[in-house]
Design a protein around this ligand. Structure first.
Ligand code: MN
Ligand code: MN
Length: 343
C-alpha cells in the first residue's frame, strides 16, 4: 500500500504568501468533507454577541493571516499534512438576522462534516457557535472540553430570558447532555462580574474552574497537567476564546479583560494537550473591526495551527490504536511527562 496522497498547502516558494486566494493554511477549498480527516471551517457570525460585535468578520481575516503558517510544528515536529487529509471547507451558512435559524444552519454544516468522519477545526464567530458544533458532534455521547477563556460562558439568560448568546453556550451544552461538566476545565477566568454568583453554575455542575489567579500560581505546565487529569482519556474538545489572552496580545475582541496569559503561555498549554483523545476545536471571538493591526487575527491563525497539529496527532493515534489494540491512546508527549498532581 503506497503512502496516501494528502492535500498540501501552496508553498510560499511556488506562490508568494501574499498572493492568490486566501484559504485556511493555503489548503485547497473543497465544499465536500468526504475523505477528509480534518475540516477547517469558518463560522462568520456574531449574532450571539451581547456587546461589541465584529466576530462575523473573523474567518476571513484568520484565513488571510493563516497564509503565514508553514507546514511543520516548530517544537513537536508534527507535520499535519503528512499524516492527515485536511482542507478548507468554506464557511457555514448563517442568517445574520436570526439567531435560532443560524444555530440550525451551523449544526447542519457540522453534522455533514461529522457524518463524513472528519474532525472539525473552526474559526468563529462569537462563542455561541460552539453550541451548534457540539450539537452536531456530541449528540451520541457527551464530550469533555479544555476551554481557554476569560469568561465562563455559563450564564443562564440575557435581556429577559434570551437563552442563546455568547455568554451561555456551555450551560446549554451541559443541559442538553452534549458536554460532560466533570470532564471540563476552564482556564483563565477573570473580569468583573454581573453578580457574585456568576460562575456558580460552572462549579456546581462539576466543571474545574481555573481562575486567572490560580493560573498564575500554577503556571502553564501545572495548569495543563490539571487539564489532562480532568479531561482524562475520553473524547475531548478544545475551545479557544482569544479573550483568554491578555488584550496586550489580542486586543481585537469584543470583551477584552486585562490580566490574562500571554500568547506563548497559551501555545505551551495547547502543546501540552498532545496525546488526549481530541475530537475537534475552535478559535473564537476574533473581531477584526477592533483589530486594526491585524495582530489578533495572526494570533487566531497561529492558535488554529497549534490545535491542528495536536488534532492531527490524535487522529493518527486513533488510527494506530485501531491497528494495534494493545497500544494506549493517552500518552503524554515525552517532553512534558511529569507526575500528575492530584487535587
Ligand atoms: Mn467565550
Ligand atoms: Mn470570553
Amino acid at each position: 500500500m503506497g503512502a496516501p496522497e494528502y492535500n498540501q498547502p501552496i508553498s510560499g516558494m511556488d506562490m508568494p504568501r501574499f498572493a492568490d486566494i486566501a484559504t485556511f493554511m493555503r489548503l485547497p477549498l473543497t465544499r465536500d468533507p468526504t475523505g477528509l480527516d480534518i475540516a477547517l471551517a469558518g463560522v462568520p457570525w456574531d449574532g450571539g454577541t451581547t456587546n461589541r460585535p465584529g466576530a462575523r468578520h473573523g474567518p476571513r481575516e484568520i484565513r488571510n493571516m493563516s497564509t503565514l503558517m508553514r507546514r511543520v510544528h516548530p517544537q513537536s515536529r508534527i507535520a499535519p499534512y503528512r499524516i492527515c487529509q485536511v482542507a478548507d471547507v468554506g464557511d457555514t451558512p448563517v442568517n445574520p438576522v436570526d439567531v435560532m435559524d443560524t444555530l440550525g444552519r451551523i449544526e447542519g454544516f457540522f453534522a455533514a462534516i461529522h457524518a463524513a468522519g472528519a474532525v472539525p477545526l473552526s474559526a468563529g464567530g462569537d462563542h455561541l457557535v460552539t453550541l451548534p458544533i457540539m450539537r452536531a458532534i456530541a449528540r451520541h455521547r457527551p464530550v469533555g472540553m479544555v476551554h481557554f477563556d476569560a469568561h465562563s460562558d455559563t450564564n443562564d439568560s440575557y435581556f429577559g430570558g434570551h437563552r442563546f448568546t455568547h455568554g451561555t453556550p456551555f450551560r446549554r451544552a451541559v443541559e442538553e447532555g452534549l458536554l460532560d461538566p466533570k470532564r471540563t476545565i476552564q482556564i483563565g477566568i477573570r473580569g468583573s462580574l454581573y453578580d457574585a454568583d456568576d460562575n456558580d453554575f460552572a462549579r456546581a455542575s462539576g466543571m474545574r474552574v481555573v481562575t486567572i489567579e490560580e493560573y498564575f500560581d500554577l503556571g502553564p505546565d501545572r495548569a495543563i497537567a490539571e487539564a489532562r487529569r480532568v479531561a482524562g482519556d475520553g473524547p475531548t474538545y478544545i475551545s479557544f476564546d482569544v479573550d483568554s489572552l491578555d488584550p496586550a496580545y489580542a486586543p481585537g475582541t469584543g470583551t477584552p479583560e486585562i490580566g490574562g496569559y500571554s500568547t506563548y503561555e497559551a501555545q505551551k498549554m495547547l502543546r501540552g494537550l498532545q496525546g488526549l483523545d481530541l475530537i475537534g476545536g475552535d478559535v473564537v471571538e476574533v473581531s477584526p473591526p477592533f483589530d486594526p493591526s491585524g495582530n489578533t487575527a495572526i494570533v487566531g491563525a497561529t492558535m488554529m495551527f497549534e490545535i491542528l497539529c495536536i488534532l492531527a496527532d490524535a487522529r493518527q493515534r486513533r488510527a494506530n490504536v485501531r491497528a494495534s489494540p494493545s497500544s494506549s491512546m493517552a500518552v503524554s508527549p515525552t517532553w512534558m511527562r511529569r507526575p500528575a498532581k492530584s487535587t
